[in-house]
Design a protein around this ligand. Sequence first.
Ligand SMILES: NC(=O)c1ccc[n+]([C@@H]2O[C@H](COP(=O)([O-])OP(=O)(O)OC[C@H]3O[C@@H](n4cnc5c(N)ncnc54)[C@H](O)[C@@H]3O)[C@@H](O)[C@H]2O)c1
Length: 387
Amino acid sequence: MIYQDRIEYKVNDNYHDIIYTKNILRSLNDKITELNSDKKIVFIYDENISNNIIKDISLGLKLTGCKILPKKIKSLKKNKSIQNVLNLIKLFSDLSLTKKSIVMVCGGGVIGDLVALASCLYRRGLIYINIPSSMTALVDSCVGGKTGVNFQSQINLIGTYFHPKTVLIYDKIIKTIPERDFVSGLAEVVKCYILSKNNLNFLNIKRKQILKRDPKITKKLILDSLKIKVQHFINDIYENNNRLLLNFGHTFGHAYEMASDEMIKKDYFRHGEAVSLGMISEIVMSYLETNSFKKKKEILKSLSQIQKILEELNLPTKIKLPPKINKSEFQKKCYFYVFKDKKKISERPRYINFIKSSILKIQEIQNFDNINKVIYYLINDIDIKDF
Ligand SMILES: NC(=O)c1ccc[n+]([C@@H]2O[C@H](COP(=O)([O-])OP(=O)(O)OC[C@H]3O[C@@H](n4cnc5c(N)ncnc54)[C@H](O)[C@@H]3O)[C@@H](O)[C@H]2O)c1
């Protein structure tokens, strides 16, 4: 029986891998034996993960003969902070970790980004292993090496690039993910399929199996998405060209996240939900920014196809605001945050221009009125043809 699948890639001449496993005990043992570590492992995990999963991983770690130091943490957006990076670094120092010690994280994107940053900074980097536990982490944040914490209300304002030596995907975790977090992660899958030549309609045809988390289908979605992500960052680690396309949906998505964090409540949108709204926004932006009638027609066709796929997967395509929130105030806040996007390198924010599926490009926004139009479209019940 094949108990694991493996994707290998190289970053700056070092080998890294992603292992999809049914047998976590064996995979942990194989991997940790192979690493030249000092046999000290700090195991940091999200307190919401099922005890059975944590027991499996803890047993696997124990069987390696290493000294294990477990630490449970809460995954909240507000905990993705520089103070928590310093708290982790203090913990590593109190435990006298060396550059050959292992920090293993099991959690979603929040804990992953936080722990990766602390692991990168402590003694300029130790051995970091990620076992992703949310769908966003499984299909996206576990690879690529972006670490980060939020600062001054801005998402990932502080961060570095630091790649996990290994990502272990434990298939038993998939069924334990809460529904909203499973669905939210599917937005990044849709994004990867849009960026690649993969058949987008597959997501439509298999929607029922996807939502039921059919093991064969979820495995395919995870491995497809991670392969597409690796292809995009492998020759552009520091995000100057091709890797920027992975930001499709993020100029607007992050703006909606930051505006809702500030005006409604923290975690009003899951990251993936905001990306879903952001992808629709950037397709609408592409429609508004082109003068070609032919291109507009093609974009409209793709918009309705992508909108349908997202909706069938229970992802949002319009913003629903609580009644107490003033729509035009919210619009102003989103507009403000579009200008805070990290891809901005001049006075014009950049977004990912959707030409058609698999053909996208990074572009500056030409007409700032279009930013307001896009946000207005997202928060009101209007049709794109009304513009
Ligand atoms: N580094 C990257 O490349 C990258 C890519 C995408 C997103 N991100 C970051 O990831 C974050 C969003 O990730 P997320 O959606 O995973 O958020 P998250 O880590 O907060 O997880 C979402 C929720 O799911 C819970 N959870 C996770 N796994 C679980 C499990 N197996 N069982 C029960 N509960 C579980 C968490 O406790 C949390 O309540 C954002 O901060 C975003 O900036 C980073």
